[in-house]
Each structure stands twice: as C-alpha cells, then as structure tokens.
Design a protein around this ligand. Structure first.
Ligand SMILES: NC(=O)c1ccc[n+]([C@@H]2O[C@H](COP(=O)([O-])OP(=O)(O)OC[C@H]3O[C@@H](n4cnc5c(N)ncnc54)[C@H](O)[C@@H]3O)[C@@H](O)[C@H]2O)c1
Length: 252
C-alpha cells in the first residue's frame, strides 16, 4: 500500500469520475485532500460522505472563468497552510465539428482550452513558486490518449487541449526539476465515467472497446492507483514522463 501520510493534495474536478475515485484512493493512503468541484456542491458532499474521511476539504471554483483557478489555489492554501501535490484532473469534452456554426465552434475551442489547458497552466503557475519555497512538490496533470492518437473530428479541440497539457507538463519537469519539482502526465484512454458515457451513447460500446485488447473500458480505479503512486514521490527520475492507461489500445 502506498503511504501518503502527511501529504496535502489538491485534486481538481473531484466531485465525479476519476477525480472522485482518486480522492478515495488518496485518503485511504493517508493523505489530506482538498476536493475541488465546479458547481455541484451536493455531488461533492456525496463523494466526501461516501468516503467517510475527515481529511477531506471541499472547495468550489468554476474553471471556465478566467483566473478562477488562481483563487482556488489561494483558497486551498489558506485552508491547509501548504500543498504537496497538485492533481489537475478537471476537464470537459464537448462535441463541435467543422460543420458546427462558427460561433459554436469558437465557443467550444475557447471553453475547452480554458478549462482543460489554461486553468491547468494557471494552477501550475501558482504551485511552482510554492513548491520552490518548500524545496519540492509534485504536479500530476491528466491528459488523454487523444493527445497522441488524435480524436474523432468533433473532438479535435479536446485532443488539442490535451496535447497542450502534455507539452506543459514536460516543460515544467525540465524547467523546475532542479527545484525539486516533479511533473507527470497521465494519459487515459476510455475510462468508465460520465464523460465517456456521452461518447459511448453516440458511437456505441463496441466502437469504443473493439480496439482495446483488454476488451473493456478501464475503471477509474486504474487511473486513481497510478496517480497515488506518482503522488508518493517514489520514482522521482520518472519526472516528465507520461503514463498511458489505455488497455494497449494505443501503444507508443
Ligand atoms: N473518461 C475518459 O474516458 C477519459 C479519457 C481520457 C482522459 N480523461 C480525462 O480525465 C479527467 C477526468 O474526467 P472524467 O472521465 O472523470 O469525467 P467527469 O466528467 O466525471 O469529470 C470531470 C470533472 O471536471 C469537472 N469540471 C468540468 N468543467 C469544470 C469547470 N468549468 N469548473 C470546475 N470543474 C469542472 C467536473 O465537475 C467533473 O468533476 C478529465 O481531464 C478528462 O479529460 C477522461
């Protein structure tokens, strides 16, 4: 079992899916966790209550709003005094292909880049000086298989945002490793969450699973367990790496 005792970890987008299961795994491993949620307090409370740990703090921020993540970081720090690990997990995947009206296309690109990339960069910008002042810290950014393989035409903006996350994370690993800051990307393929459900409804489960040699969509626990390992700091020289979790559907 990974021991995260004494670590304070901020997880964004943790009121559902991968984030919620990650909070569960991290708190079980002994971490104190700041569970960030977007707009649904009730969902966040249900997740926290179902885990039943008193080491969970809830914090709200709408990451589609410019600079909201800066306030989130500062609110988190004032709650716990320090943060050891930042997990950028919040994300959106909304359909808009080239046949969409220009205003819909533009809104989808802007909104997706804001939530999936700019809010992530803003949080990293806050975390880096804090981690420097503490002689180290860990950043784990959740990207996607789509960053490497590409996505279907109506999700090009999603793939592009996740490609940006990969480049951002690698740059942080290279630029701030000498300050003790470690940065990792986790790149899931399909994971059984609300986000994947919409795609499964549109394309059918067969379309999704036929190129996964493991034959099924990953459970969120697979991702959460990898995140917990990376958060432990047990493999510092793996910094800058991307861990693929896609059942060998896209082996690089
Ligand atoms: N499910 C998959 O198949 C899959 C595959 C690859 C990558 N991912 C990535 O994993 C991460 C988690 O996704 P998930 O599958 O658990 O989906 P999910 O929809 O269950 O979770 C996404 C979370 O992000 C939060 N969020 C979205 N917009 C927000 C906003 N404006 N402000 C604040 N929070 C906001 C949501 O509240 C939610 O808790 C995402 O970054 C996603 O891109 C998921």
């Amino acid at each position: 079992m990974i021991d995260l005792g004494g670590k304070v970890i901020l997880v964004t987008g943790a009121s559902s899916g991968i984030g919620a299961v990650t909070v569960k795994v991290l708190t079980k491993a002994g971490a104190e966790v700041i569970l960030h949620y977007g707009n649904n307090l009730e969902k966040a409370q249900t997740v926290a209550e179902s885990i039943g740990s008193n080491s969970i703090h809830l914090l709200q921020a709408d990451l589609s709003v410019e600079n909201a993540s800066v306030k989130l970081w500062r609110d988190a720090l004032s709650l716990t005094g320090h943060i050891d690990v930042l997990i950028n997990n919040a994300g959106i995947m909304r359909s808009a292909g080239i046949e969409s009206e220009l205003d819909i296309w533009t809104a989808a690109w802007k909104n997706t880049l804001q939530v999936n990339l700019i809010a992530v960069a803003d949080l990293c910008r806050e975390a880096i000086p804090h981690f420097k002042s503490r002689n180290g810290g860990i950043i784990i950014n959740i990207a996607s298989r789509a960053a490497f393989r590409g996505d279907t035409p109506e999700y090009m903006h999603y793939a592009a945002s996740k490609g940006g996350v990969v480049a951002l994370t690698r740059s942080i690993a290279r630029g701030f490793g000498s300050d003790g800051i470690l940065a990792y990307t986790v790149a899931p393929g399909f994971v059984r969450t609300e986000m994947a459900e919409k795609f499964i409804q549109d394309y059918g489960e067969d379309f999704v699973t036929r190129d996964i040699p493991l034959g099924k969509i990953a459970p969120p626990e697979d991702v959460a367990n990898v995140i917990a390992f990376l958060a432990s700091g047990l493999a510092p020289h793996a910094t800058g790496t991307t861990i693929d979790i896609n059942g060998a559907s896209y082996v690089r």
